[in-house]
Design a protein around this ligand. Structure first.
Ligand code: AMP
Length: 475
């Protein structure tokens, strides 16, 4: 990833953006465009299709939102008639959290204009979304499954979409959204501008671009599968049983005020969150078993600084933008090395420096090898002197302390325990599927059928590296 601090010579006022947009940019506190903004804004303004290699954290949202708002200003209307507010720009994202964040940004950037925007995603009641859509919006941010639900309910008409953004397109394919994307693309006017953003350009992404983009301009601010240069990476070899003590110690010693702690399974996320709470760390967990409302609440509390450690699975954390996050901790190394790049992209954002700490148990060394192969560099090994070990004994699914506070019953020697097996949690390979909300059950059954389970990691990795065609399970 290129350094978002690398200051391009021209400022925002050099793009010819309307003063209402410049005012909003100033309200956000942005003084200089980031490299992706410097490159993309003029191209999007010129109406060209874009194939952008940029991760979340580079300022990519503004790089497409600002010129979209500029291009739509000619249609801004204060009329209350819904007919005067058709959907003209559609922004598709893989996850609800990312949709919500993009929508927040768009709302901010368009706040001084008469353009309307809204966001629709699954897991919440459709009725409020229907009301918003019926009022009319020019800019619609959506996850694919819920958008198709609205199309089916005829609450939205995509016949006047002039600009389509596919945000985190690689993730959308990973999550099995290709059939939904194809359905949506068939509903859009052929003559339109299409902007595709992706952290990686796999063969599948190139195929998607070849089918739906017209003569795109390629913009690349992140080296393929590179890791952020302003992120300091380190790996500690820690026994599985000592990982939790390591997290607590790192939080204290490093003065890491806030971290996202990544785990590979939702069960592991819940358990670790409970344990960290007991260790006195204010913690919340976000994963697929949490309702949308709970996830939003946890995220908001984290953003407000009320939570020190947000324990998250990859799918739940995808695309999260949390400003100035000082660090991430990989409690489990990801099975899919590509997720490592996404995880550590949560820190060192917008030019801030960050620490990416990985805890590697002996059983996980093979994952580390894969990660280093992918990022084409060795991650420095660190030494961690644990002041306390946190070995605990799980019996009948219950953690048992030995009575004295702060000390934990030792586990039996390794030889008498079953070998640690990486948690096989199929949910990890699936996108978030909310429990059907009662009032919206029928709709949610459809929404939860949104993405099918992605491929096993080996195939995924091979496909990311261009080795095999990445077939989606719903092909
Ligand atoms: P994004 O990659 O769009 O998720 O943006 C990452 C973060 O950078 C967000 O918190 C943005 O508000 C912030 N950001 C975007 N553009 C700029 C800029 N030109 N200057 C400073 N911060 C920015």
């Amino acid at each position: 990833m290129s350094d978002v601090n690398a200051v391009p010579t021209a400022g925002f006022d050099s793009f010819g953006l309307h003063s209402d947009i410049l005012r909003a940019v100033a309200d956000q506190g942005y003084t200089q465009p980031t490299p992706i903004q410097a490159q993309a804004i003029p191209i999007v303004l010129a109406g060209r299709d874009v194939m952008g290699a940029a991760q979340t954290g580079t300022g990519k949202t503004a790089s497409f939102s600002l010129p979209i708002i500029q291009r739509l200003l000619a249609h801004a209307s204060t009329s209350t008639s819904p007919a005067r507010h058709p959907v003209r720009a559609l922004i598709l994202t893989p996850t609800r959290e990312l949709a919500d964040q993009v929508a927040d940004n768009v709302r901010g950037y368009a706040q001084h204009t008469a353009l309307r925007s809204t966001v629709v995603f699954g897991g919440v009641d459709m009725r409020a979304q229907e009301a918003e859509l019926r009022r009319g919006v020019e800019i619609l941010i959506a996850t694919p499954g819920r958008l198709l639900d609205h199309v089916q309910q005829r609450t939205v008409d995509l016949g006047q979409v002039q600009i389509l953004v596919l945000d985190e397109a690689d993730r959308m394919l990973d999550m099995g959204f290709l059939p939904d994307l194809q359905r949506i693309l068939n509903l859009l006017p052929k003559s339109r501008q299409t902007l595709l953003f992706s952290a990686t350009f796999s063969g599948e992404i190139k195929k998607l671009a070849a089918s739906y983009l017209r003569d795109p301009v390629t913009i690349e601010v992140a080296r393929r599968n590179a890791t952020a240069e302003n992120v300091q990476q380190v790996v500690y070899e820690v026994a599985e049983d000592d990982k939790r003590a390591a997290v607590v110690q790192l939080l204290r010693e490093r003065d890491l005020k806030q971290v996202i702690v990544f785990v590979n399974s939702k069960i592991g996320a819940s358990r670790l969150a409970r344990q960290l709470e007991r260790d006195g760390v204010v913690t919340a967990a976000i994963h697929g078993d949490k309702s949308q409302a709970e996830r939003m609440q946890a995220l908001e509390a984290f953003k407000q600084g009320g939570i020190a450690a947000l324990v998250a699975t990859d799918v739940a954390a995808r695309g999260l933008d949390i400003a100035e996050l000082p660090g991430v901790i990989n409690y489990d190394l990801p099975y899919n090395p590509e997720d490592y790049v996404h995880r550590i992209g949560r820190t060192g954002r917008a030019g801030a420096s960050g620490e990416a700490i990985s805890l590697c148990a002996p059983d996980e060394r093979k994952h580390l090898v894969e990660i280093e192969k992918l990022i084409k560099r060795d991650i420095p090994r660190g030494q961690l002197q644990l002041t306390r070990t946190s070995a605990y004994h799980e019996r009948d699914g219950e953690e048992r302390r030995n009575g004295r506070s702060g000390s934990f019953e030792r586990r039996p020697p390794r030889s008498t325990r079953p070998r640690h097996v990486a948690p096989e949690d199929e949910i990890f390979y699936k996108p978030y599927e909310p429990a059907p909300a009662k009032e919206d059950e029928a709709a949610d059954v459809k929404a939860t059928s949104e993405p099918a389970s992605p491929k096993p990691p080996k195939r995924q990795l091979a496909a990311l590296l261009g080795g095999v065609p990445l077939k989606t399970p719903r092909d």
